[in-house]
Design a protein around this ligand. Structure first.
Ligand SMILES: NC(=O)c1ccc[n+]([C@@H]2O[C@H](COP(=O)([O-])OP(=O)(O)OC[C@H]3O[C@@H](n4cnc5c(N)ncnc54)[C@H](OP(=O)(O)O)[C@@H]3O)[C@@H](O)[C@H]2O)c1
Length: 285
């Protein structure tokens, strides 16, 4: 995590108009890097910023949003969890009061509850763009899936279902364009990579690129959930991961989105290039 590139919150600052909620996360920190490279001041709000921002705390969100003109919102853990739409509604009320002019929301494909949050943002009266994403490539290098790859055994349900994995660098490029450029207001960009990939495809590519062994085991929903519980995941996370693997990964998202091309005028990055780059950087060492 490149925390040295992330400006911490400075209360009452009128000179830092970009705020990234979840700015230390996979997409948030890439957006901050890009904004800063363009010469903008951009800051992060999360539990580790000062002042801190916690979706679950009764917040002083006015202080956090003071002086902000443009806002990138990543919700934690997922817009599909109970209470997410209440939090988004509350954030929008504060954003309106504080005079926020532009907002970009990170959302997920195939999630009814996330679409409710998208609608709240689009109807907020603030100029808004929705970046609705497939599963991230970087789940395999910076998050949950990495442990599965490194264990040598990808034991998941629906291993044969195609998903349009998208690169977090493409997401950050689209978000940065929507925050800083014109022509993105009101858009719902569906972001995927250039191909549908199953876990079996990914395992084959992983073996080729890294030379490591990786078997794929298609497990039942019941066994998968039992495994999550045995790994002592908190109950809320068990429910979320179960929902993502067994309901969202049911084929409903087995189609490609054109969001990267529409927003940026170029095709999306591909998974093999991501894997090679991650391997060379030591992500699977
Ligand atoms: N991963 C995928 O495949 C995928 C696909 C589509 C959509 N999404 C959506 O992407 C979003 C996650 O974005 P991301 O992957 O860029 O982030 P991430 O890597 O999951 O990082 C989470 C960020 O949220 C902050 N955070 C955690 N708990 C928080 C809390 N209670 N209050 C405030 N901030 C909190 C963390 O910072 P602190 O620890 O400092 O609080 C961190 O900055 C989720 O809404 C997810 O549904 C993900």
């Amino acid at each position: 995590m490149k925390t040295n590139t992330i400006c911490q919150l400075r209360p009452n600052s009128a000179t830092t108009p970009f705020l990234v909620i979840g700015g230390s996360g996979k997409t948030g920190r890439r957006v901050i890097d890009r904004l800063q490279a363009l010469g903008h001041e951009a800051r992060s709000a999360s539990r580790s910023s000062s002042p801190s921002f916690d979706w679950n705390d009764d917040p002083n969100w006015s202080e956090v949003l003071e002086g902000v003109e443009s806002l990138y919102v990543t919700y934690h853990p997922d817009l599909s969890v109970p209470g997410a739409s209440d939090h988004i509604r509350a954030l929008l009320a504060v954003a309106r009061t504080q005079g926020v002019k532009r907002i970009v929301l990170l959302s997920g494909r195939g999630e009814e509850e996330a679409e409710l949050c998208e609608r709240l943002v689009l109807d907020s009266g603030i100029q808004a763009t929705i970046v609705r994403c497939g599963w991230f490539n970087q789940n395999f290098s910076e998050s949950f899936f990495r442990d599965l790859l490194m264990s040598g055994s990808l034991a998941v349900p629906n291993a044969h279902v195609g998903e349009g994995y998208v690169d977090a660098d493409d997401i950050a490029d689209v978000v940065t364009a929507a925050l800083t450029g014109e022509g993105h207001a009101g858009e719902i960009y569906q972001l995927t990579g250039p191909e549908l990939l199953t876990f079996r495809d990914i395992a084959a590519m992983f073996r080729e690129v890294t030379g490591r062994e990786l078997e794929v085991i298609d497990v039942s929903r019941e066994d998968f959930v039992a495994g999550l519980k045995a790994a002592r995941l908190p109950e809320g996370m068990v429910q979320l991961v179960d929902y993502l693997f067994n309901e969202v990964l049911d084929g409903r998202n087995a189609s490609l989105g054109d969001g990267v091309q529409r927003a940026l005028g170029r095709p999306p990055r591909d998974f093999r290039s991501f894997l090679q780059k991650a391997h060379l950087s030591g992500a699977f060492a």
